[in-house]
Design a protein around this ligand. Sequence first.
Ligand code: PSV
Ligand code: MN
Ligand code: MN
Length: 424
Amino acid sequence: MNIDRNQIAEHNKRLEHTQQRRFAQLAEDMPNIDGVVQKLVSFQVAIPSWALGTGGTRFGRFSGGGEPGNLEEKIADIGLLHALNQSSGAISLHIPWDIPKDYAAIRTLAEQHGLAFDAMNSNTFQDQQGQTHSYKFGSMQHVDRAVRKQAIDHNIEVIKHGIELGSKSLTVWLADGSSFPGQLNFRRAFQNTLESLQEVYAALPADWKIFVEYKAFEPNFYSTTVGDWGQSLLYASKLGDKAYTLVDLGHHLPNANIEQIVALLLMEGKLGGFHFNDSKYGDDDLTTGSIKPYQLFLIFSELIEGMDNRGMEHAKDLGWMIDASHNLKDPLEDLLQSVEAILIAYAQALLIDRNALNEAQATNDVARAQEVLQQAFRTDVRPLVAEARLRAGAALNPVQLYRELDVRGRLVKERGEKTVATGL
Ligand code: PSV
Ligand code: MN
Ligand code: MN
């Protein structure tokens, strides 16, 4: 199914009056409101190809209907999201879950939906059918060179797929680590991993980046070989200029100060991108902004400050992607909610009075600093985000229109009641 311009225009017409009133109210207090709206219009968040189906836990999976059964249908789903919000204009592929059979056809299809190919993701955390060596005891860290070589070759293969599609980056997340003390020699595991990554790095085209994603634990529960931002930064620094750290919000130990991590990585020029999600306990992969919206706002505050400081473009110079899973909600509604939450946090952070904050910091005026931050955080910026959508030709209320058009019902009719999309 497709969502056409007329359906969006009709929906917007019904909501426009209220929107205008709310936006005008906000505009009264904001001299540069159009500049902020423009930044929101430009901001795009990539959707991972594995997040379009119902996710599961190790205890079970309750699949929904109308899920995409192949890459073409996944692209179509992201096309629907993008038509609704005009902020999801990119897809991030996981190989081998989504190997394109016909590059030209896939590229054309993506273009028709206005989608670019964001970072490619390799997978050496599962064994695939017919694979020679097992990753049970790791991939790039493995004690056996043959296993490491297989993981390296796989990553080089992923780069090749990416080149064909017009992607410009590779994200490497390694499940490598150990579950019991004594299982691993930490230094050797690090060294093996570094050497493996160096071989992959050598195969990167000149205009590509490699993102080294860290994660504190899971599936290994004693040590992880890229376990935190310090280790990721070590790898990225040793690899070279094309290597960066990738921050997945769910990959920290509880209460980690992610905004501080972001600030320092930016300062070092080593922040590559983001995987957005939310969590209460571990890598819960919940809808972005559903648990800790203030943290998300504080992260964006540091991102804007750090990026502006380095003359970076918000929309272009980092990789922005959602990495969530949906156990209970319709995946497409969940993704719309995540994108909305990201844009809300971004908009709030754009409203921070930087001069006032700098002054408060310089004079140790702690209370004032908090006032400045919370003044922005507590502003209801939803009319701003909606205005950006209106100007971009998207729906004023994407979830509402999704329901009005009964998108899920129509997808179920098209694809069937019992469907399982590839992914985790
Ligand atoms: C691992 O938990 C992770 O966050 C990595 O980004 C993977 O590529 C993704 O989830 C999907 O498995
Ligand atoms: Mn991730
Ligand atoms: Mn994760």
